[in-house]
Ligand binder design. Sequence first.
Ligand SMILES: O=C(O)C(=O)C[C@@H](O)[C@H](O)[C@H](O)COP(=O)(O)O
Length: 347
Amino acid sequence: MNSIIFSENASVDLTAVLSGIKYSSIFILTDENTKEHCLPIVEEVFPSNSIFYSIDPGEKNKTIATCMKIWAAMTEAQLDRKALFLNIGGGVLGDMGGFCASIYKRGIRFINMPTTLLSQVDASVGGKLGVDFEGLKNHLGVFNEPETVIVASQFLKTLPEKEIRSGYAEIIKHGLIRDKQYFESLDFDHWQDSYWAPLIHHSVEIKKSVVEADPKEAGLRKILNFGHTIGHAFETYFLDGPRHLLHGEAIAVGMICEAWLSHKKLDLSMAELKQIQDAFLKVYGKIEIQESDLAPVLDFCLQDKKNEGKELMFSLLSSIGDCTYNIPVTRQEILEAIHYYQNISHT
Ligand SMILES: O=C(O)C(=O)C[C@@H](O)[C@H](O)[C@H](O)COP(=O)(O)O
C-alpha cells in the first residue's frame, strides 16, 4: 500500500518527497483548471528541466485518445524508465495519469497530488487506474499504486462548491458502508461548513481498511462500489448532454436507488432508508428522470464490473454501516428502484 501524507503545506511536503526519490527527470501532468489554480502553489519546487503537460479537464476527456497525447508528450520528452510522473489534479486526471505512467515503457513511478475532495477521499487510496471506453466508466485500466500520495487541504480552497459537494457523496458512502456513527455525525443541513481535514482523514482510514483486506476487488472491496452500479449508469448516460452530472451527484442518485434495493432485498429498515434518502435529498436535491432514460440506463448497468456472466451483482446495505456484496438484482428490480426515486416527493 502506498504512503499517504496529509499535508498542511503542499510545497514543503512535495520538496521532502522529491528529495527522497532518485529520478532522471520529472513529468508533471495537470489539466487546464489545476494548471491555473493548483500548479502555482507548488511550482517553485520543480527543477528547471521539468516537463509540464496539461490536458482538457472533465470526465469526457478520460479516454484513450487523451492517453495517446500524454504518451506522445512523454516520448517526445524522451522520458526514460527512471523518470518520475506527477499527477496534480482530481480523480479523472489521477486515474488517467497513473494509467499512462503504468503503461509507458512497462511502467514508471508516479506520485499523486489529488486536488479535489472527491479524489482526496476516494481515488487517493487503492490504485484503481484507467480510462472510460465507448462511454463505459473505467472500462480499461489496471491496479497499480503510486509511490506516494500527498493530500493537501490547501487545494480545496481552489474548488467551486459544486465540486466539494460531489466529493461529499463519497464521504457519506463511507459512513453508510462501514461506520454508522460517522454517517450520523455528518451535518447534512450545513454540509458546506464542514471541517474537511478530519473527514478526509477518517474516510481515507475507512477506505484503506477495506482495500488492504482486498486490494484487487476479489470480494470485500466491492462494498466501496455501493451506489455505483446505478450511479455510474446515470453518470455515463448524461455525460455529454445538458443534464451532465458530476460523479458525486450521480452516485447520490445511485445510493438512494440502491438503498431502496437494500430495503427490498436485505434487512435495511424503512426508517434507515428514509434517513439515507433525506440526507441525500438535503444535499443534492432530486434530478428529473424521464421514462425514455430508463432503457439506456439499464443497459449501462449490464456493463458493471461487479456483474458475473449475465447476472447483475450489487453491493447493498443490511443496515447503515454494514454493506454486503454479490447480491443478484434483476433488471425489473433496478427499474423499480429508479421508479421509487422518481416518486419520492421532495420540496
Ligand atoms: O476504490 C474502489 O474500489 C471503489 O469502488 C471506489 C469508487 O468510489 C470509485 O468511484 C471507483 O473508481 C469505481 O471503480 P469501478 O471499478 O466501479 O470503475
